[in-house]
Write a protein that binds this ligand. Structure first.
Ligand SMILES: [Fe+2]
Length: 212
């Protein structure tokens, strides 16, 4: 878990008091040097609408379902890097997202299979050596009782590394959402991301840290 060995007392003495002043006592007397590990992305409940069977079209682009094009919502790109707690990309990890359509419906029998057929609703991306993933989807929409969110799951082979939810920064419904309210300050920062305007739609950077 440690990125570097703490300097030994001997090497500190060899370097004299100067280096001690530069690095500071916290560099080795306290566990601060061991806190360089990244904080894992907080997990959240899966919810009831994870697909029972993966749809035939489950690629990175949720705005095209087969040959159908979905244009009833604001385009949003969600992207980032999947790393372990040391910042090393988790090559081979699969990122999945799923969300409701603009009217708040999921492709799921529990939701009456009422989602717009042109909205893919679910996508998956296998990351390469750089750990990067990218989805083209819609800015998440609210539904009864929930602030806008995108469900996210990360797998490595058959192992589930993370299940969580991604939120939109500045969304007024966040404060009223029971799941979002449950998050502490740091967890909110990790899961509540800015969707900024860009040339081809909104863009949200969502770094994912897993314990691989
Ligand atoms: Fe949901």
């Amino acid at each position: 878990m440690h990125d570097a060995n703490p300097p030994s007392r001997r090497s500190l003495l060899a370097h004299g008091a100067g280096i001690f002043a530069v690095t500071g006592a916290s560099a080795w007397l306290s566990p601060a040097w061991a806190q360089t590990a990244l904080r894992p992305t907080p997990s959240q409940t899966e919810g009831p609408y994870y697909p029972i069977a993966l749809p035939s079209d489950n690629d990175f682009d949720l705005l095209r379902n087969g040959s159908a094009v979905y244009n009833k919502a604001q385009v949003a790109w969600v992207e980032g890097v999947v790393t372990d707690t040391k910042g090393v990309p988790v090559s081979g990890a699969v990122v999945e997202i799923w969300q409701c359509d603009h009217e708040g419906h999921y492709h799921h029998p529990r939701d009456g299979n009422k989602a717009d057929p042109s909205f893919q609703g679910f996508g998956s991306v296998a990351v390469g050596k750089d750990g990067r993933y990218r989805f083209r989807t819609m800015r998440p929409a609210p539904y009864t009782g929930r602030t806008p969110h995108i469900h996210v799951k990360v797998k490595l082979d058959r192992k589930e590394l993370l299940t969580t939810q991604l939120y939109v920064a500045g969304e007024p419904g966040n404060d009223r959402d029971a799941l979002w309210r449950r998050l502490d300050e740091q967890e909110r920062a990790a899961l509540t991301r800015t969707f900024s305007p860009s040339a081809n739609g909104l863009r949200a950077e969502f770094p994912i840290v897993v314990q691989a």
